[in-house]
Design a protein around this ligand. Structure first.
Ligand code: UDP
Length: 315
């Protein structure tokens, strides 16, 4: 059987690097594409010298032409402070970038799986969120470059499937955490863990009663591969852990597991910050036979161990 040729965009990012690792273990030829805006070359270090891995430094807002059988599109900053830094570029990455990759997929009859997001539901008025919910999204706020960019990408993937018979697929990823996140990622899990380990105050935005549902990275990678392998199913499908926690609860758990003496400090709630978020994962169970296995407590322990090692390596 011919070796599978697979492109991973956002390869140097948190999730992209897990995908490359698993694909290489499966014997695929992997083209790891990244513009290194938020991706870290350190995440690709383990693949150095592997003749099946090729790093391609490229920004997907510009077309690229590599013959592949599959594309995993994980290129886009996902943390609010990072995607808000250059919102027009974020929008281009989400829309023009996906357009370029869909065209590439059509050229080579490749299958493309795109990382969409729970942000498509905005600040949801339906709880938990099923895929049939159309969302409650501000089109002109500071989160819109990401939310609306990702929603426009879903439209494009659906239309490419409907009108061009393109082999497109997408999943709506809810909050994900784990080893290899950036310490300065800016999202709540990495912030709290790093703050607790450094003994500085944990920064709670707003009153800390807003909720999120956190999925451990390895659980998410499982469902990504199940979705890529599934025929006749474009999506959307929610992929996340339905365990729901307030940010105050998360802070207490991080303090307990690190044994840190850090205190809590309150900061203003960012604009349009969703009040609640929890995936309805019945569709993922039914279509893909998937549900997450790693509870927050267990995943946090592994994440804490990772950041502890990382901080020590920084001196
Ligand atoms: N948050 C917080 N402290 C932080 C970082 C984030 O309380 O240091 C809050 C943030 O306001 C939001 C939740 O944690 O309500 C999750 O934020 P994150 O940026 O991780 O993801 P998203 O808002 O995209 O779900």
């Amino acid at each position: 059987m011919a070796q599978k040729r697979v492109m991973v965009t956002g390869a140097a990012g948190f999730l992209g690097s897990y995908l490359c690792e698993r694909l290489l273990a499966q014997g695929a030829k992997v083209y790891g594409v990244d513009c290194l805006h938020t991706g870290q070359l350190a995440n690709l270090k383990p693949f150095e010298g592997d003749s099946n891995f090729e790093f391609v430094e490229h920004d997907i807002i510009n077309p690229l032409d590599i013959q592949v059988d599959q594309i995993f599109n994980f290129a886009c900053p996902a943390s609010p402070p990072h995607y808000q830094e250059d919102p027009i570029w974020t929008w281009k990455t989400s829309v023009l970038g996906v357009m370029n990759l869909v065209e590439l997929a059509m050229k080579y009859n490749a299958r493309i799986l795109h990382a969409s997001t729970s942000e498509c539901y905005g600040d949801p008025l339906v709880h938990p969120q099923p895929e049939s919910y159309w969302g409650h999204v501000n089109p002109i706020g500071i989160r819109s470059c990401y939310d609306e960019g990702k929603r426009a990408a879903e439209t494009l993937l659906m239309d490419a499937h409907r009108f061009k018979q393109a082999d497109t697929k997408f999943i709506r990823i809810f909050n994900t955490y784990g080893p290899r996140m950036r310490a300065d990622d800016g999202r709540v899990v990495s912030n709290f863990v790093v703050q607790a380990l450094q003994g500085v105050d944990l920064t709670l935005y707003g009153d800390g009663n807003q909720t999120r549902s956190f999925c451990y990275a390895e659980d998410l990678v499982d469902v990504i591969f199940l979705m890529m392998a599934k025929d006749n199913f474009v999506g959307p499908v929610n992929t996340g852990n339905p365990g729901e926690f307030t940010m105050k609860e998360l802070a207490s758990l991080v303090l307990e597991l690190t044994g840190s003496k850090s205190k809590l400090t309150y900061r203003p709630l960012p604009q349009d910050d969703p009040k609640q978020r929890k995936p309805d994962i019945r569709l993922a169970k039914e279509k893909l036979g998937w549900e997450p296995k790693i509870p927050l407590r267990e995943g946090l322990k592994k994440t804490i161990a990772y950041f502890d090692g990382w901080l020590k390596s920084q001196g």
